[in-house]
Design a protein around this ligand. Structure first.
Ligand SMILES: Nc1ncnc2c1ncn2[C@@H]1O[C@H](COP(=O)(O)OP(=O)(O)O)[C@@H](O)[C@H]1O
Ligand SMILES: [Mg+2]
Length: 427
């Protein structure tokens, strides 16, 4: 039979039907945009900036009717595939589904109300996978089921904060906090990520609210899933509002309409900056990405791939750069200086200097001096704040020393003549 999922976009509490995802008898999947959505004109809330040609409504309509989005295929269109969880979370979600019912299309149907951002997918063909779910002991929650989607490989849960406790919500309640669990593979990961978020914030990066919560204050998660450490990192979700509303987001794999498997390879840093400029707020968007790149270089974060950047639609008609997330000084674990994406033909963050930023500005049509000044300011602000701050943050002292020593030996620090040595902060 032909299966149909309705695709809706919620902004706050307002909902717009965007179109249908249809899987036909031969297992071909295609997205069909609603005429009513197309007719909204330039007032339409944006599902994806990949379909948006700012100031060119005719071209936008052309793409809505027959763009990459609407091309039929065996797999979900890449934009929708990117909504699904990755890694262990995906396995746990699919463990709840009946065998033979774990394709991307089925998982999307099952998670319909608990997807990232403002997108909601509803069964409109009478098929319900919900009632069939059997709790499994191999799932990290005490209920044995998981029904939300978050990409990324580290095990994490969408949870609720009640009083001082984190609670895994009963099915049907959306969590408004992402709880990143301790890892048995990477010691002190929540502590390191928390520290990195605070360091980035001190250098001017916009971060969501976050805190470390003792593992003992977490309910609804099996003890084994918390055994890797003493703390869980709780990050406030920027795609949910306190009153249960939604704020739409899409990651850069979605903006580029590439499958998540290409998150390291489909683009370089210049492309990310260019997208930020075109679709994420002009020069401001460009500079925000430049700032994050400088901070990632300084802290040794080698995992800022395309799914770790997002557009956010605080105004439903136009994207901006979302607050930052998933900042981890991966150098501390693997000793590598490599960036996730190439920056002017290199992955080596240690040799990146101001010339590369200037060249990226030129490519994106931004005055070179603006980016030079901005990046200089970011690096100086990091050097002024990190040495004192890092001692008060919960990262182990040997990690802190490694991070600061590394920051000191980088091309970028040398060129700007800054010092990360403790006590060397600005006079
Ligand atoms: N504060 C947040 N608000 C909303 N969505 C978020 C937030 N932080 C992360 N996400 C989403 O959840 C996904 C997984 O989170 P991330 O921190 O990247 O985990 P991982 O370390 O497993 O990659 C991200 O790709 C992003 O889409
Ligand atoms: Mg991630």
């Amino acid at each position: 039979m032909t299966e149909t999922l309705g695709v809706y976009l919620r902004s706050g509490h307002d909902e717009t039907r965007v179109g249908s995802l249809v899987r036909d008898r031969r297992d071909m999947i295609r997205f069909i945009t609603d005429a009513s959505y197309i007719e909204l004109g330039e007032d339409r809330p944006v599902l994806s900036s990949s379909m948006l040609f700012v100031g060119d409504e005719e071209r936008t309509v052309g793409h809505l009717k027959s763009g990459r989005f609407t091309q039929p295929g065996r797999d979900l269109p890449p934009w929708f595939g990117n909504l699904l969880p990755e890694g262990a979370l995906r396995d746990m979600v699919s463990r709840g589904l009946p065998s033979g019912r774990t394709s991307d299309f089925d998982i999307l149907r099952y998670l319909g109300e608990d997807l990232p951002g403002g997108v909601i997918v509803r069964s409109e063909d009478g098929v319900e996978l919900d009632g069939l779910v059997t709790p499994s002991t191999e799932v990290a929650t005490e209920s044995g089921t998981i029904k939300f989607s978050l990409a990324g490989v580290q095990l994490k849960m969408s949870m609720l904060k009640q009083d001082e406790r984190l609670t895994f919500p009963a099915t049907g309640t959306n969590g408004d906090i992402i709880a990143k669990l301790p890892s048995t593979r990477y010691a002190f990961l929540p502590e390191v990520e928390f520290t990195c978020m605070k360091l980035a914030e001190a250098a001017g990066v916009v971060m969501p609210h976050c805190e470390l919560v003792p593992a003992a204050s977490v309910s609804g998660i099996r003890a084994e899933a918390l055994s890797g450490g003493d703390y869980v990192l709780a990050v406030t979700r920027f795609d949910r509002t306190a009153d249960g509303g939604r704020v739409h987001i899409e990651d850069f794999c979605q903006v580029m309409e590439v499958p998540k498997e290409r998150k390291y390879t489909a683009a370089n840093e210049e492309t990310v900056m260019n997208i930020a400029k075109r679709l994420g707020g002009g020069t401001r968007g460009f500079l925000e990405i430049a700032r994050r790149l400088a901070v990632n270089i300084l802290m040794g974060n080698g995992d800022a791939h395309l799914k770790n950047h997002s557009l956010i639609y605080s105004d439903p008609r136009v994207g901006g750069i979302s607050p930052a997330y998933d900042l981890v000084a991966t150098f501390l674990y693997d000793g590598s200086d490599d960036l996730a994406l190439k920056f002017r033909n290199t992955n080596n963050s240690a040799i990146v200097g101001m010339a590369r930023f200037a060249r990226a500005a030129e490519l994106c049509g931004i005055t070179e001096n603006v980016v030079r000044k901005f990046v200089t300011h970011t690096v100086e602000q990091a050097a002024d704040t990190w040495p004192a701050l890092i001692g008060d943050l919960p990262m182990p002292a040997d990690f802190a020393k490694k991070l600061v020593d590394r920051a000191q030996r980088l091309q970028l620090s040398g060129e700007l003549n800054v010092s990360f040595a403790p006590g060397a902060a600005a006079d």
